[in-house]
Design a protein around this ligand. Structure first.
Ligand code: GLA
Length: 725
């Protein structure tokens, strides 16, 4: 049992691997947060709910002294709006009488085994019912009849807890949800640094660290997608903490649209953390009897710094987020034609790439953008998902048969959520483009976004995609999304529901992804959005990998992979060797191997020498696959600590093998000559494959590898493979 309820103290204790999360039904039936951190065996924390250091300006329910309690100074599990808790709210409901005052109090709870699904939303799942337990706490606002059900799932073998909330209208009047964050938690203290991942196209998930300050701080997206700009992930680490030390809390939202993560540090030096759907430009009408489900937030803790936190996320996502046949199967090594040919190809050119791929040992050919409508550049045809037979010199069936005849798998690119102004689809259905009536629609990459809130649009897309997918033996689908949403509005939604647009949009997208994955369960899906503009756990629920970035320049791409790895496992990052990268093929390979590896080039445009090198790289992909996809990652030298060099390594679960990579991005005269490894067993001995030398784990981790003989050159990289002797 991982969830315990102490009836007498009214304390809930949730224990997952090495982690405890403790809350209490406190005064006035408020739900107080007591603790989240390293596992503790007992629950003697009753003092923790009292924080009335100075409460004169914090409203109290007591009408006469002694004033014993104010919700404003109590660490809460839900932040109600309009009452006596004056910190940032996690829930705000506009009642039928016009005010936005809601005060949720504990009513009841139940503990169930397993993890209930969240209708219409991606979420982590239990492989077996005994893997998880879920606590459901029902809170009620007596005045309006609104109910909030707080869901906590404990993954017994993972250092993680998930949280989400259901708002129910149990009254006889409608109301509008104006804010419904997935969780709220008031931490014990505020001496933390906030880490977030910001970026842009070709420079995703850059590391940003800043100390928490009094007041409200946070990140978010209003782009209709989780976005390149900010990833729906934050970490809080003890001030002074690093890769290996300090309490590290990770928060990640399983959601692919507008989100917000906020932290308010109050006058009691407590940090309130909330995360959920971005409440800017959001509203949801809830009729009597209806329920609204928030997306899920994942909370991870490690007292072994950021490295421990990342490894906890990686294990969790490999085990309880990624689904389907490709979860455990080795994914085919692919070549994609995008960087090699752009849209300038025909059936023969594609076949030539595929033929080379087969001869080289590559297992799948992926046909990227430009195979449909009359698309030869990015000005047209999105939405016209009919094969351009003149360009392919035959039907899609002919091309698939030709390429499969070589013994390769076949993959295809789609961008289902888009519609080009120059397309037959737009001419037939101008209302299908997202728009606000009377306003000019902005374009992005010369395209509009299609209205995924509409069932007729989703049906069209499912059917038109099925014309290709149902009749051809297709193994892989790259699902792209190449602009953000502006002038957000749907022709079908009534005025009072336009505020529901963004959330309905992503629910519609999830529904279509769900239909496609159910109808074509063998398909390996790869998410994409101008590279990694929608790299989030929501998308990972449908596609076990996401194209990490359009930046394939190995020496800067590696920074993106470091940032991405804070939260997401290597198995989820699509990473390719491209001809456009100026690094050596060895370095390109070493960087791309930190992910779902592939190639992105036209062999006709590279030298015979380069082709020969690639031929030698293939075996390593298979050799290291399990170690990289399912092993533990240790970041040894991070770009945010050293702009010149970086290093990382993977160690398998049993600590019997390890692969370390060292990369000199830009040489400097006084470089580090000793690379201390991590994660090995100090008692074991390991043989370095290249030299046959044997070292103890203790030596490698304490003295390190001596890099003295390694050339000091820009872009030089080297791998070190160890096996236990
Ligand atoms: C996006 C993707 C690329 C490629 C192009 C095609 O930019 O990230 O990999 O598929 O679209 O237009």
């Amino acid at each position: 049992m991982s969830i315990h309820f102490n009836e007498q103290k009214k304390i809930f204790k949730l224990d997952s691997k090495g982690v405890s999360y403790i809350l209490q039904v406190y005064k006035e039936n408020c739900l107080a947060h007591l603790y989240f951190g390293a596992y503790i065996p007992d629950d003697n924390l009753t003092d923790f709910a009292e924080r009335h250091v100075y409460a004169s300006f914090s409203p109290q329910p007591d009408t006469q002294p002694p004033y014993t309690f104010s919700p404003d100074t109590c660490p809460m599990e839900i932040g109600c709006n309009g009452g006596a808790d004056l910190r940032i709210a996690s829930v705000q409901i506009r009642n039928a009488d016009g005010n936005a005052c809601t005060d949720f109090r504990y009513v009841s709870h139940k503990i169930v085994s397993g993890k209930p699904a969240l209708p219409g939303l991606p979420a982590l799942y239990a492989n077996t019912d005994d893997e998880c337990e879920t606590l459901e706490i029902t809170m009620r606002d007596e005045y309006t009849g609104a109910e909030a059900v707080l869901l906590y799932t404990v993954f017994e073998k993972q250092a993680a807890i998930t949280r989400s909330m259901i708002i129910k209208n149990t009254s006889d009047k409608p109301f509008v949800i104006e804010r419904a964050m997935s969780f709220c938690m008031d931490m014990n203290g505020c001496d933390y640094d906030l880490i977030s991942l910001y970026g842009r196209h070709v420079q995703e998930r850059e590391y940003m660290r800043r100390p928490l300050a009094h007041g409200t701080q946070g990140i978010g997206s209003r782009r209709g997608s989780s976005s390149h700009s900010q990833n729906p992930f934050i970490a809080l680490i003890s001030a002074g903490g690093d890769e290996d030390h300090g309490d590290a809390y990770g928060f990640n939202l399983v959601y692919s649209s507008n989100f917000k993560a906020e932290i308010e540090v109050d006058y009691n030096n407590s940090a309130r953390v909330t995360m959920g759907i971005n409440y800017d430009d959001f509203g949801w009408n809830l009729a009597p009897g209806e329920a609204f489900y928030t997306p899920e937030a994942v909370l991870v803790f490690s007292n072994e710094g950021l490295g421990g936190m990342s490894r906890a996320f990686h294990r969790l996502y490999n085990n309880n987020l990624v689904r389907g046949e490709w979860k455990h199967r080795q994914r085919p090594l692919l070549v994609n034609n995008w960087e090699g040919t752009g849209m300038d190809f025909d059936g023969d050119k594609l076949f030539a790439i595929a033929k080379w791929a087969k001869e080289t040992g590559i297992e799948m050919f992926v046909m990227d953008d430009g195979w449909f409508g009359k698309r030869n550049d990015d000005t047209s045809s999105l939405g016209d998902w009919h094969v351009n037979e003149a360009k392919l010199k035959g039907s899609i069936g002919d091309l698939v048969a030709r390429i499969k005849g070589l013994g390769l798998k076949f993959g295809i690119w789609y961008e289902p959520e888009m519609i080009s102004p120059d397309s037959d689809l737009y001419r037939a259905h101008p209302d299908w483009a997202i728009h606000v009536p009377g306003r000019k629609k902005s374009v992005g990459r010369q395209q509009y976004v299609i209205d995924m809130t509409r069932a007729d649009v989703r049906d069209y897309l499912f059917n038109v995609m099925s014309e290709v997918l149902a009749h051809n033996d297709i193994d892989y689908l790259k699902w792209d999304f190449n602009r953000n949403i502006s002038e957000a509005g749907s022709a079908l939604l009534p005025p009072e529901r336009q505020k529901e647009f963004y959330h309905r949009y992503i629910l519609g997208t999830y529904e279509l992804m769900d239909r496609i994955t159910k109808a074509y369960p063998h398909l390996l899906m790869e998410g994409c959005s101008g590279g990694g503009g929608r790299f989030d756990p929501g998308i990972l629920y449908y596609s076990p990998q996401i194209w990490c970035s359009d930046n394939t320049e190995a020496l800067s791409r590696v920074d993106i992979q470091f940032g991405t790895s804070l939260c997401y496992p290597a198995s989820t990052q699509g990473a390719h060797v491209s001809a456009s990268s100026r690094a050596s093929y060895e370095t390109k390979r070493n960087v791309a191997m930190w992910g779902s590896f592939g190639y992105e080039l036209d062999p006709a445009k590279i030298s015979e020498e380069a082709r020969e090198e690639i031929r030698h790289q293939i075996a390593d992909y298979h050799k290291y696959y399990d170690l990289i996809h399912y092993g533990d990652l240790y970041r040894l030298v991070c770009p945010w600590e050293d702009p010149y060099n970086c290093a990382w390594m993977f160690v398998d679960e049993k600590k019997t093998q390890a692969l370390a990579t060292y990369l000199i991005k830009f040489k400097k005269e006084r470089r580090n000559l000793f690379l201390r490894l991590k994660g090995l067993d100090p008692e074991k001995y390991y043989r370095l494959e290249e030299t046959g030398e044997v070292y103890s784990g203790a030596l490698l981790m304490n003295a390190g590898l001596c890099l003295w003989t390694m050339p000091n050159e820009d872009g030089y990289s080297k791998t070190f493979y160890f096996t236990e002797v």
